[in-house]
Write a protein that binds this ligand. Structure first.
Ligand code: XMP
Length: 510
C-alpha cells in the first residue's frame, strides 16, 4: 500500500491535508518538523507533502530541512510555506512581505500539463500567507498565478517537485481535491488502496504489538467515539480489555441503563458499570467555572479508573475515544492554536497519569469515526446519534450543577430531541440540546406571577464540529418546543433560541 508522509511545519490545516488524502484512498502519516533525512528515507514514503506553517524562510529559527529532501527521487508537494521552502532551498527567491494575503484569490491557469490538469481557469483558491515566491529556481515553471501572487503554482515535472501557494486542503479552495489527486495519482503514480477497513487492521496490529499480554481499561462515555475505540481494542486484545461505564449523574434520561445492556449484549464488551453520580455531584457543589467543572469531572473519572484498574490488576493502559477536534481545541501540550476548552478526555487529565494512553482515533474527524463505526457493524441508530460531551449535562447547566437543575435540563433535552425527531430533522442536525441559564425571569401563568428559570434551545449544523451554523428552524417547530418546555418542565417559564455561529461562539455553552 502506498504511503504519503506529511511534514508538519505547524499549519493549522495539517490534519485537513491528511484527511483529504485519506478521502482520496491513500494512507498518510504526519511527521513533525526536524525529522532527519535518514528517518524520512527509512519511512519509505511514496510521496511527500510539506505543509504550510506560520514561519518565514528568513526567520532566524525557521524550520529549514536539508535540500536533500528534494533529491530523494520521491515526489514532493509543498503547500504555502512548503512551497516557499522548496523555492528558497533550491535557489529561487522568496520575498518577505509585511502585508499578509488572507482570503480568496482566483487562479489563472498558465499550463495544464501537470498539477493543473483539469483545473478550471479563474477558480477560487484560499490564500493565507505573508511571504511569497518571486523567482522560481531553475528547472521550475510557473503554471498558475493570482493577482497578488505570481508564482501561485510552481512545478518541475521531470523531478516531480510541485508547490502551491494556496491551500488545496480547505473547502474554500474550489476543486481542492483535484490538485491533490493530480499530485498523488497522475503525477506520482500512487494507487488508491487505503480504506477504513485497512485503518482498523493497522490499528489492531499496532495495539496488539504495543500492549502484548498487558491489560487496558477504556472509559465508555455512551458516545460513538469511545465505543469504536473499545471495539478496535477488543479485536486486538480480546478479554484483556476492560471497559468502564460510569454513571456520573450527568447523562441523558435513561441513557445509563439502556447503554449498559447494549454494550454487553450487542457488542460483547467486558464492561464494568458503576454508579458514581453522588461523588460527581458532591465534587461539583458550588462550582460555576466551566473550566473548573471540566477539570473536576476529568479528575473524578480518572480516580475511578485508577481504583478499578487496581482491582483488575496489571493495567498499563488507558484507552480513550479522543478525536482530532478534541485535541486541537484542548491544546494539551503546545501547539499552534490556543486552548478553547478542556475536552474532558484530553485537557482534563491530571499531569501525573498512572497509565499510558491509547487513542486510536486521535487523527480522525467525527464523520470518519462514523464511517469506521459502520465498518465495525455498529447499528445505524447509534452511529447517527448526536455527539454528547464527555462532561455531560454539566456543561449545559450554566452556573452550579444541582440535582434539581439536572432534572430540568434532562426534561427539556428530552422534549427537544422528541420534537426534532418528530420533525424528521434529527439527522440533518449536528446537535440539538437545551442549556439552562443561571437567571430567573418574570412570567405569568394562570393569572399568577411566576419567577422561574430560562432554557435556551440550541440547534446546530456542522460537518466536523470545528465550525457550526445555528439552524434556521421552522417557527412551528420552535413554537412547539417552547410551549412544551414551559408547560411540561417544572421551574421554567421562558425559552430562548440561540442564534450564534461557531466561531465566534462554541457549540456547547461551556
Ligand atoms: P464546542 O463546544 O467546543 O464543541 O464547539 C465541539 C464539539 O465537541 C463536543 N464536546 C466534547 N466532546 N468531550 C467530548 O467528548 C468534551 O469535553 C467535549 N466538549 C465539547 C461538543 O458537544 C461538540 O460536538
Amino acid at each position: 500500500m502506498n504511503k504519503v508522509a506529511i511534514l508538519d511545519f505547524g499549519s493549522q490545516y495539517t490534519q485537513l491535508i491528511a484527511r483529504k488524502i485519506r478521502e482520496l484512498g491513500v494512507f498518510s502519516e504526519i511527521f513533525p518538523v526536524g525529522l532527519s533525512i535518514s528517518r524520512i528515507k527509512k519511512e519509505k514514503p511514496d510521496a511527500l507533502i510539506l505543509s504550510g506553517g506560520p514561519q518565514s524562510v528568513y526567520q532566524k529559527d525557521a524550520h529549514l530541512p536539508s535540500k536533500e529532501i528534494f533529491m530523494m527521487g520521491v515526489p514532493v508537494l509543498g503547500i504555502c510555506y512548503g512551497s516557499q521552502l522548496m523555492a528558497h532551498l533550491l535557489g529561487g527567491k522568496v520575498i518577505p512581505s509585511k502585508k499578509r494575503e488572507y482570503g480568496f484569490a482566483y487562479l489563472e491557469v498558465l499550463d495544464r500539463r501537470g498539477l493543473l490538469s483539469g483545473i478550471k481557469d479563474k477558480g477560487q483558491v484560499w490564500m493565507s500567507h505573508g511571504d511569497r515566491t518571486e523567482e522560481v529556481p531553475s528547472g521550475f515553471i510557473i503554471s498558475g498565478e493570482t493577482a497578488n501572487c505570481r508564482a501561485a503554482v510552481i512545478e518541475w515535472r521531470e523531478r516531480k517537485l510541485f508547490g502551491v501557494q494556496f491551500h488545496p486542503e480547505v473547502v474554500h479552495t474550489r476543486q481542492g481535491k483535484k490538485y491533490l489527486s493530480n499530485f498523488l495519482f497522475s503525477l506520482s503514480g500512487l494507487k488508491a488502496e487505503w480504506s477504513m477497513g485497512s485503518f482498523i487492521e493497522r490499528k489492531v496490529e499496532e495495539i496488539r504489538r504495543l500492549v502484548g499480554e498487558r491489560k487496558v481499561i477504556c472509559g465508555l462515555s455512551g458516545g460513538v467515539d469511545s465505543l469504536v475505540t473499545s471495539l478496535i481494542i477488543q479485536r486486538a486484545i480480546k478479554d484483556n480489555l476492560f471497559c468502564i461505564f460510569v454513571d456520573n449523574g450527568l447523562l441523558r434520561k435513561g441513557q445509563y441503563q439502556g447503554l449498559m445492556k447494549r454494550f454487553k449484549d450487542r457488542f460483547g464488551l467486558n464492561v464494568i458499570g458503576l454508579d458514581a453520580s453522588r461523588v460527581f455531584l458532591e465534587r461539583l457543589k458550588k462550582i460555576s467555572s466551566p473550566e473548573r467543572k471540566r477539570k473536576i469531572i476529568g479528575e473524578v473519572f480518572i480516580r475511578i479508573f485508577e481504583r478499578e484498574a487496581a482491582k483488575i490488576g496489571d493495567v498499563s493502559f488507558l484507552a480513550q475515544g479522543t478525536i482530532y477536534p478534541d485535541v486541537i481545541e484542548s491544546n494539551p501540550v503546545k501547539g499552534p492554536s490556543s486552548r478553547i476548552k478542556s475536552h474532558h478526555n484530553v485537557g482534563g487529565l491530571p499531569p501525573r497519569l498512572k497509565f499510558k494512553l491509547i487513542e486510536p482515533l486521535k487523527e480522525l474527524f467525527k464523520d470518519e469515526v462514523r464511517a469506521l463505526a459502520e465498518e465495525l457493524g455498529i447499528d445505524r441508530e447509534f452511529i447517527v446519534q448526536h455527539p454528547f460531551p464527555g462532561p455531560g449535562l454539566a456543561v449545559r447547566i450554566v452556573g452550579e450543577v444541582t440535582q434539581e437543575r439536572i432534572k430540568v435540563i434532562r426534561d427539556a433535552d428530552e422534549i427537544i430531541i422528541e420534537e426534532v425527531k418528530r420533525a424528521r430533522l434529527y439527522q440533518k442536525l449536528w446537535q440539538a440540546f437545551a442549556v439552562l441559564l443561571p437567571v430567573k425571569s418574570v412570567g405569568v401563568m394562570g393569572d399568577q406571577r411566576t419567577y422561574h428559570g430560562v432554557v435556551v434551545v440550541r440547534l446546530v449544523q456542522s460537518v466536523d464540529g470545528m465550525t457550526a451554523n445555528w439552524f434556521h428552524a421552522d417557527h412551528k417547530l420552535l413554537s412547539r418546543i417552547s410551549s412544551r418546555i414551559v408547560n411540561e418542565v417544572d421551574g421554567i417559564n421562558r425559552v430562548a433560541y440561540d442564534i450564534t455561529t461557531k466561531p465566534p461562539g462554541t457549540i456547547e455553552w461551556e
